[in-house]
Structures are given as C-alpha cells and as structure tokens.
Design a protein around this ligand. Structure first.
Ligand SMILES: [Zn+2]
Length: 299
C-alpha cells in the first residue's frame, strides 16, 4: 500500500510530477529525521567513549573493505599491528594477516620528450597486512549497541526480493555469524540471514540493494568513497525506503550510521545519492504487479 499522499493536479505540473515532488519532499524530511536521530546517538556518553577508540582505526577505502571482507567475512574492527598495540591489544602469535593495498604517493622528476625535467606525482599500491579484533587479545574496547529491527514486514520483504530479481540480482538465504545480517557480493548476489524477523530482513535487503546500486560500479565516487560513507548511504536508503512503507528502523539505522562515523554533515553531503537511490527503489516496489494488495507492512 502506497503511503504517498495523493495530491490533486496543480496548474504547473502533471499529477505524476506532483507525486514525484511530494515523494522527494518526504525523502528529504526523512533524511533530516534520521540526521537528528544520528546526532542523538552521537551525543551519548557511551558513544563518546566508543569514538575515542574508533578514531584510532583507519578508514579503509570501499575496495580495501571488499578485500578484507573476502578474506575474513566476519571482520569488524581491523587495524595494523602497531595500532592494536597502541590500543592495548596484541595480535596473537600465528595469526595470519588480512592483505590490503596501502596507497603510497610518490613524486619524481622525469625528462619529457623535449629533454626538460618534469615533476610527476602519482600513487602506487603496496600490499600491507591488517588484523581483525578477534585475532587480538588485551584491553576491552568500548562498544555501542545496534539493535535488530523487531517485528515483521513480510510484504515489503517479498516485494524487495522481486525488485532484486528484476534487477538481475540473486537473493540467497544463508545463516551468517551472530551480529551479521547480510551482504552483497560484487553487486550480483545478495545473501540474507533468514534467522531474523522479516522486518530486519527487509531492512537488510534494502541496505544491500542500495550498495548494489551505488557502490559496485567503477565510478569516480565508488573508488574514493570510504567504507564509512558507503555504509551511511546504504543505511540511509534502507531507512527511507522502509519508513516509506511503514516500517520504522530509526533506532537501528541511527546507531548503525553513528557506528560507521556518519553524521548530519555526511547525510547532507550524500543527500542526492540517497534520495535518488531510495526513490528508484520505492518506484520499483510500487510498480510491481499486485503491489497495491500485497504491500501492507504488519507492525
Ligand atoms: Zn553495508
């Protein structure tokens, strides 16, 4: 069931245009509401303690994050040997590092065809090794809860699965480790843990669909985007889409984005990408056959 307010056609636009405008206004409103909720999480004491520690972790590029995920799918907090030492934790003997590519900027002088010296600036990447928190022992790290979305949203889940298939993305159910809900594999396959309420599964699926739409193509944005920004974008899209269909994910989404170091500024910076991706997803769900009868989201 669509929750877009039905507007009567105005003088300066078609009903379809008005509907699109109203939807965009609602998306902007929802992103603002999310920004407020994220700010509240960030203002809490638990979160401040968490941040102090989190600041020591490097922000990996989206591509390095994918390398980390393929080698160690359950990795959560990843850092180099020395960073762990500074945090009071030690990499256990015999643990194998996770290989990433560390960017190394270089500057050199080269002779051009005319025989003149020319400065060349560039970047090469050399393999480096990092370790997940589970490969270390030592001082406890402060943590912030990111609760599961309780309740069911069977209709929305089914609809999002159909949208994924229409987009050529395979959706697979697979039990994952505790605390993991799903992931997108090269933008072609989405894995969702079936052992969660359908409300959470719908949220996860919307989140992974957003990653597929935004982060797997080799565009200028996707190659420089940090994992933190990618997670902010994906979760904001999930929040907007779920909320549009009556499923409230605010508690989870705001904690999730705060945990990935997102804030109001980041949400605003990505507003166009979030809004466009969310709108396309909402449109695709509403365009499904039988969407009108099957979309009601149970609380
Ligand atoms: Zn994600």
């Amino acid at each position: 069931m669509s929750t877009v307010p039905l507007l009567s056609p105005s003088d300066n636009g078609s009903p379809a245009k008005d509907k699109a405008k109203a939807l965009r206004a609602r998306i902007d409103e929802n992103v603002e509401a999310l920004a407020k909720a994220v700010d509240d999480v960030r203002a809490s004491d638990t979160f401040k303690a968490y941040l102090d520690v989190q600041a020591r972790f490097h922000q990996y590029s989206w591509h390095n994050s994918m390398l980390i995920m393929f080698q160690r799918p359950d990795a959560t907090r990843v850092a180099g040997f020395q960073t762990w030492k500074k945090l009071g934790r030690f990499v256990r003997k015999g643990e194998r590092g996770i290989m990433i590519f560390a960017p190394c900027p270089f500057h050199r002088e080269e002779r051009n065809e005319a025989g003149e010296l020319e400065a060349v600036d560039g970047m090469f990447f050399k393999p480096a090794h990092v370790f997940d928190v589970t490969q270390t022992d030592g001082r406890e790290l402060p943590d912030v809860e990111c609760p599961t979305v309780e309740g069911s949203a069977d209709g929305l889940l089914t609809a999002l699965e159909r949208v994924a298939i229409d987009r050529g993305i395979e959706v697979k159910a697979e039990a994952l480790r505790a605390g993991q809900y799903g992931y997108a594999d090269a933008g072609e396959r989405i894995v969702i843990d079936p052992n969660h309420p359908t409300g959470q599964r719908a949220t996860t699926l919307a989140h992974e669909l957003a990653h597929c739409a935004l982060h797997f193509g080799k565009t200028a944005e996707s190659t420089v985007l940090t994992r933190n920004m990618a997670e902010l974008e994906a979760e904001a899209v999930a929040y907007v889409v779920c909320r549009h269909f009556g499923l409230d994910t605010e508690v989870r989404s705001s904690a999730y984005i705060a945990l990935w170091q997102g804030d109001r500024k980041g949400l605003r910076a990505s507003l166009e990408r979030i809004a466009t991706t969310a709108r396309t997803l909402i449109d695709d769900v509403e365009a499904l056959d039988g969407a009108e009868s099957g979309m009601a989201v149970a609380a």
